[in-house]
Design a protein around this ligand. Structure first.
Ligand SMILES: Nc1ncnc2c1ncn2[C@@H]1O[C@H](COP(=O)(O)OP(=O)(O)OP(=O)(O)O)[C@@H](O)[C@H]1O
Ligand SMILES: [Mg+2]
Length: 231
């Protein structure tokens, strides 16, 4: 396992709309190590989601190179990108995206169905324990608080045993205390499981609790701050 799990050079993502070019990302260099939690800050429209989508292999760069877990993803086809994502990446979304008629356990197991992998009750119980929800396994999403729903979404991302966890505004729908508990959980997962974790946030309160904060403006990195305290 290489220490550097994500390496991007000169990443650009341009959108062409008629005669107009939107430079959503305009030359980003980034290197992320295993066990590191990094926040991406910046005003609305600065390119945070665009960057996260590239690092999630959900979108392809207009220009630049991107290595994920030792593999170059530039120029790969849709099918090949799916292969890179499989097992390497876990996703957490702002809206949680839980299915209302499935229990907590069933929601957590969903990615395994998409990957046509067998479910394993012990593994499901293990990831629920990791996010502190062992006592909610048979509950429905509507019986949970917002913070608990986000924990289910995190457990669902963890079930595939990813090396990289990517979260776009994971605290966006949460109050300060609940958001802080989610960041604390992410930090624990990075330190304990060696996951590389990337989160975007509007909120500097959350953004400055990670190992490193990267600030985007107009598609470029304008600030990079090392926040890691000696552990
Ligand atoms: N599909 C698209 N077509 C054209 N322009 C786009 C598209 N997606 C994003 N953009 C533009 O790219 C820029 C960056 O968008 P992005 O969604 O990455 O911003 P963001 O930092 O995530 O903002 P927010 O904080 O509001 O979520 C914006 O100017 C946006 O309008
Ligand atoms: Mg966004």
């Amino acid at each position: 396992m290489p220490d550097t799990i994500i390496e991007a050079h000169g990443l650009k993502r341009y959108y062409y709309r008629g005669s107009e070019t939107v430079k959503a990302l305009d030359g980003v260099d980034l290197s992320i190590r295993t066990g590191e939690i990094v926040s991406i800050l910046g005003p609305s429209g600065s390119g945070k989601t665009t960057l996260i989508n590239l690092l999630s292999c959900l979108d392809a760069p207009t220009e630049g190179t991107l290595m994920m877990a030792g593999q170059s993803v530039a120029g790969l086809s849709e099918d090949e990108l799916v292969e890179v994502r499989r097992g390497v990446l876990g996703f957490v979304f702002q809206q949680f995206s839980l299915l209302p008629t499935l229990t907590v356990s069933e929601n957590v197991e969903l990615p395994l169905m998409f990957l046509r992998r067998r479910t394993d009750a012990r593994r499901t119980a293990e990831v629920l324990r990791m996010v502190g929800l062992s006592d909610r396994a048979s509950h429905l999403p509507r019986e949970l608080s917002g913070g608990q729903m986000q924990r289910v979404a995190i457990a669902r991302a963890l079930i595939v045993d990813p090396k990289i966890l990517v979260a776009d505004e994971p605290t966006g729908n949460l109050d300060k205390a609940t958001g802080e508990s989610i960041i604390a959980l992410f930090k624990h997962l990075a330190a304990d499981k060696g996951l590389a974790i990337l989160i975007t946030t509007h909120n500097p309160v959350f953004g400055y609790e990670t190992d490193r904060a990267i600030t985007l403006e107009d598609g470029r990195i304008v600030k990079e701050e090392n926040l890691r305290k000696e552990r």
